[in-house]
Ligand binder design. Structure first.
Ligand SMILES: Cc1cc2nc3c(=O)[nH]c(=O)nc-3n(C[C@H](O)[C@H](O)[C@H](O)COP(=O)(O)O)c2cc1C
Length: 86
């Protein structure tokens, strides 16, 4: 999920809450962000997935080029990022 204004996009959250359900299903919680800050987005995603009966096995916030400008976080994720992700 992307980070918008430090949170999960508020138009997508209700869709996930209503339609994406687990049954103690293993999941990785991953948010992307544009090199400002992911603030509460990752915590929100973890909370949402837990509420919907997923079992969180890992979580990460990954830097990506900012949707507003390719001059912010240009070229990310790069080779070094992918090594850290792995
Ligand atoms: C409306 C909007 C708000 C955003 N707010 C943030 C933010 O608060 N912090 C941040 O680091 N990036 C922010 N971003 C950048 C996105 O998180 C980034 O573009 C996205 O994670 C990259 O995934 P995408 O390629 O699917 O857009 C924002 C982008 C948009 C469009």
């Amino acid at each position: 999920m992307p980070t918008y204004a430090g949170k999960l996009p508020n138009k997508i959250m209700p869709f996930i809450r209503e339609h994406v359900h687990g049954s103690q299903t293993n999941v990785l919680a991953i948010v992307t962000f544009g090199n400002r800050n992911f603030d509460h987005a990752l915590a929100e995603l973890c909370f949402l997935l837990s509420e919907n009966h997923f079992c969180i096995k890992g979580a990460a916030a990954l830097v990506c080029e900012h949707a507003f400008s390719q001059k912010i976080a240009t070229g990310h994720p790069d080779t070094k990022d992918f090594k850290q992700i792995a």
